[in-house]
Design a protein around this ligand. Structure first.
Ligand code: ATP
Ligand code: MG
Length: 579
């Protein structure tokens, strides 16, 4: 028998997006309120958003928040959302990242209106720059990078005008053309907007628009040796695509005046509007692509999709469902102020989703042999086990029971403390859906380690209940030794051992906070036979142990399971205490 869960990972339709993720009656967050008001005021006839990743790394759970927002808004307002790769920095970007980004967005359940690249607009962006120069709104500066920094001033001191600021438009145009033609080395000149060197906002002190960079680009090859700055390319790309609401994170708030300056000077008619929201921060992890890249390059993890990574591909491999990630993003909401979300809340989302859908199976992680001395040798019977108590339609399956079984080593104690109710000498427990068994003795090896339990069973308790009404205090999972399937299991813990991995002492880096026991590999686990045909990435609840999924490293006959999350829900407890 093959047990796979009902995987509904196809694209969303507008109707189910509204219902499944945000709830039709949920109050509007501040962004949706702005959009609703804009529509009511007749400012737009069609809502257009974009998700604009830079292809310099894999997407992480923070990006998922932005994806759910941008695509979610488009679906709810019957608008469109573009996937725009913001590829203006050729030295850090790569097609590997482009492909990974597309796969992740698709997997999350979203379909883009168009796949677009900022580099598609390089010619148009160049044309806009020429227009700015002609109108006296931009100039070629020939100061060195250090000088430009020095002239810029500080938060408390105004900047000074560059001696090149008053160059004629003709001279700037000529130089800009020659910059493009490749006449100058990197850093010789930059194109700057002519705004206000005394502005209290440093972003408005004649920001750079173009820099010379003799580097091959993953899409445009060697066609260009000047590249637009992000702050210049982004608003204009939005405008070119007819984006109505350009949703971005708070660190861009101070850049908004430049965004507006550019579209006001260059775009006729309907203009895009930038709105900022708080980025998602999670405890016990890091979320900057630069730091994630470092973890990969220095091999602290096995790759971008290591199940401990907060990347979408890591969470996928860990066993997270798209529904659980979208549910999480919807639950945390949209704030205007930065905060830190407890990773327990993310774990709660996947637990809640898998509880409804994942079939239950029995797997023993750390096996201890049990011999049922009064069970006939060679006899095998099949007991009926419930596949999912949360889903009656999932039915039952047959599981083999025989004289020799495995139970979890830590379900037995030779000399138990008061509160331990599981197996111990003389103690009776229930084996899930099978029989009551009573421990009559133990077998030890030369070192004194318990290697086998001798038990008796009560044939009258078949199915798990005693006709005389006697009770037991524990129900254990088990597998029949002769039928068991050896499997490997990877147990994951938090990648960092402190809540805020970025908070470091002098001389430390975030790497000093790595949790040395974030991965534990168990090689001698024993699973029930039904898992023999388990498919890659299918998800299960291992009874009493947590949710697990089949890792893609599995080979036929050599299954590897990743623990997605344990069963213990710390978040519900926290939420109950602080409603
Ligand atoms: P990082 O800081 O992790 O390197 P980034 O902001 O440079 O990320 P981009 O590829 O530029 O990464 O991000 C694409 C979009 O995702 C942007 O609109 C950005 O605002 C948004 N985004 C990035 N990180 C987060 C986050 N933690 N929470 C919400 N949105 C985010
Ligand atoms: Mg960025």
């Amino acid at each position: 028998m093959v047990l796979t869960m009902n995987q509904s990972e196809g694209p969303l339709t507008p109707a189910n997006a509204v219902q499944s993720d945000r709830g039709a009656s949920a109050p509007l967050d501040f962004i949706r309120q702005i959009i609703t008001d804009d529509l009511a005021a007749g400012a737009h006839t069609h809502i257009a958003t974009r998700f604009p990743p830079e292809p310099n790394g894999y997407l992480h759970i923070g990006h998922a928040k932005s994806i759910c927002l941008n695509f979610g808004v488009a679906l709810e307002y019957r608008g469109t959302c573009n996937l725009r790769l913001d590829d203006t920095n050729p030295t850090k970007e790569d097609v590997e990242y482009v492909e990974a980004i597309k796969e992740d967005v698709r997997w999350l359940g979203f379909t883009w209106n168009a796949e677009l690249y900022a580099s598609d607009y390089f010619e148009q962006l160049y044309g806009f720059a020429v227009t700015l120069i002609q109108r006296g709104l931009a100039y070629v500066d020939s100061l060195t990078a250090d000088q430009i920094r020095e002239y810029r001033g500080t938060l408390t001191q105004p900047g000074r005008n560059s001696p090149y600021r008053d160059r004629s438009s003709e001279e700037s145009l000529d130089l800009f053309g020659r910059m493009r033609a490749g006449e100058f080395p990197d850093g010789a000149h930059v194109l700057r907007a002519k705004i206000d060197m005394a502005s209290p906002n440093l972003n408005m002190r004649d920001p750079a628009l173009y820099r010379i960079r003799h580097a091959s680009h993953h899409r445009t090859g060697d066609a260009w040796c000047i590249y637009p700055m992000y702050d210049y390319a982004h608003p204009l790309s939005d405008a070119i695509e007819g984006i109505t609401h350009s949703l971005c994170t708070l660190e861009f708030e101070d850049h908004r005046p430049l965004y507006d300056w550019l579209v006001e000077h260059l775009i006729e008619g309907e203009r895009p509007q930038q709105i900022e929201f708080a980025r998602l921060n999670l405890n016990y992890t890091v979320m900057s692509k630069r730091k994630l890249l470092q973890l990969v390059q220095q091999k602290h993890v096995s790759g971008w999709d290591d199940p401990r990574m907060p990347t979408i591909s890591g969470l996928r491999r860990r066993g997270y469902t798209p529904e659980s990630i979208r549910g999480f993003c919807s639950r945390i909401g949209m704030a205007k102020k930065e905060n830190v979300i407890d990773v327990a809340q993310l774990e709660h989302s996947v637990r809640e989703d898998l509880n409804k859908r994942a079939p239950r199976v029995m797997v023993v992680l750390d096996p201890l042999k049990v011999v049922i001395t009064n069970y006939p040798e060679g006899q095998v019977e099949e007991v009926d086990v419930i596949n999912n108590p949360e889903d009656p339609s999932a039915g039952t399956r047959k599981v083999a029971f025989s004289r020799e079984l495995y139970v979890e080593r830590d379900d037995f104690m030779e000399d138990p403390p008061n509160k331990f109710f599981r197996l111990a000498p003389g103690r009776e427990v229930r084996l899930r859906c099978a029989y009551f068994v009573k421990c009559q003795g133990v077998v030890k090896d030369a070192s004194g380690k318990v290697i086998e339990l001798r038990c008796t069973y009560d044939p009258a308790t078949r199915g798990g209940d005693a006709p005389d009404g006697r009770r037991v205090k524990a129900t254990l999972h088990w597998v029949s030794a002769a039928h068991a399937l050896p499997v490997r299991v990877r147990l994951y813990d938090r990648l960092f051992s402190v809540e805020d991995a970025e908070a470091t002492q002098e001389g430390q880096t975030f790497l000093d906070h790595l949790n040395p026991t974030s991965l534990q590999i168990l090689t001698a686990c024993q699973a029930e036979e039904s898992l023999r045909e388990a498919q890659e990435m299918s998800r299960y609840q291992f009874e009493r142990l947590g949710y697990f999924c089949v890792d893609p490293d599995s080979r036929s006959g050599e299954l590897i399971f990743n623990r997605t999350v344990s069963l213990r829900d710390t978040w519900s407890k926290i939420a109950r205490k602080n409603p």
